[in-house]
Design a protein around this ligand. Sequence first.
Ligand code: NAD
Length: 477
Amino acid sequence: MTKYQNYIDGHFSSETSDRIAVHNPATGEKLADVPDSDTATVDAAINAARRAQPAWERLPAIKRADYLRQVSAKLREQAEHLAKIISLEQGKVMPLARVEVGFTADYIDYMAEWARRLEGEILSSDRPGEHMFLMRKPLGVVVGVLPWNFPFFLIARKMAPALITGNTIVIKPSEETPLNALKFAQLLSETEMPAGVFNLVCGRGEGAGSALTMHKDVDLVTFTGSIDTGIRIMQAAAPNLTRVNLELGGKAPAIVLDDADLDLSADALVTSRLINTGQVCNCAERVYVQRGIADALTSKVVERMAAARYGDPLSDDTLDMGPLINKAGLDKVMAIVASARDAGADIRTGGQRAATETGFHYQPTVITGCTPQMEVMKKEVFGPVLPIQVVDDLDEAIAMANDTDYGLTSSIFTRNLNAAMKACRELRFGETYINREHFEAMQGFHAGRKKSGIGGADGKHGLYQFTETHVVYMQTQ
Ligand code: NAD
């Protein structure tokens, strides 16, 4: 079995003998073990990133872009192998794992393209003969703490904007899915990227994660994961006043009005709910359907969900989904569905652990007769479960959609332009999708409101989260 090691200062090494086992969620089989890093290892990684940063910042951005493109080229060469690692440790079906690898390489290239587009500003002064320049500078050392659901893409979402703007980075992957990140580090080590610019430390949240986020020599912690962990990270960063960028959970509402295209709506809802076995922060988690079309839409959704195919994510079949990530994920889904059933909701399809021989599979499930008080309408399920509630009109749907602590994404299905624009004005979410499934683009801005996060990622606005401003006042005669 390969001995996996951290990647620090351009070398693979493991100072600690403690290890974390990594399992295949489709079979329960142990795949490997990785370092459970201690505080000394975290220090070594941060110190390496700190030492490498000034020289990295001094490089012309276009040179930093060259290094990033070497990494994306390596990922493309190894795309099939990388997809297989993601599928094995995360349970993602192979077609989606391939998309994740391709998107990751494209994202790195997209961020590299900003090299010649990073701009400061020249401001007009109140004083004669004075020139004012607003410069944009890197923050310094960035820590990126990752979840397991899009483990490979999230590396790029953190490292590419950090590096192109002149920061260096230490990444901690989820303890559930470190193997794809270790392969990423190996491929990066085969490029000319200078030592210390990109570092990877494996470990548990309470151990390495906590040590990274409370470290005094870190300038930004960028985190993607659950709300509870986001709160702990903000607390850990507070004594040093370290900046945080938090991409947290969601409970995305989808509103379907009487005039909607029902087939389009049903297709989009089901695609959105089944992708990655429902384990996606931004995808439809609750549906508000207008009374006149409620039965017709529900039948179409039930038919599509019941027909969804699941099984071994590595299989050559085109499956709609694989297993859930682990037993805790499965238990959570089962408990939320049971509580909806107990509260009087109807399970229209699914509602059971799937009868596969191994693994944490759960049946695609549709629940009707839901009310706002039910846990399934309030709590992030993170599984292939779609609860539906009937509403009388758009106002009621918007009020219910907004009645939540979350604020990541939302959607509306209608042919009425006024209704769509009213929803955009009144929905308190970072994103709204009109007549399409929930899923963001790399040139957009993915940012949650309320407890779904602070700051955001992607596009120009995401890039500038990795910079700070420096204003220069130059007095001339
Ligand atoms: P999680 O919060 O359990 O873990 C995420 C990471 O945080 C892991 O690497 C973990 O080791 C680390 N961690 C845990 N405790 C820590 C601590 N005290 N200090 C520092 N690090 C710690 O989340 P998860 O289960 O891996 O991911 C699922 C969650 O992520 C869902 O809620 C989902 O909605 C969210 N998510 C959000 C986005 C987004 O863009 N908003 C994207 C993907 C996933």
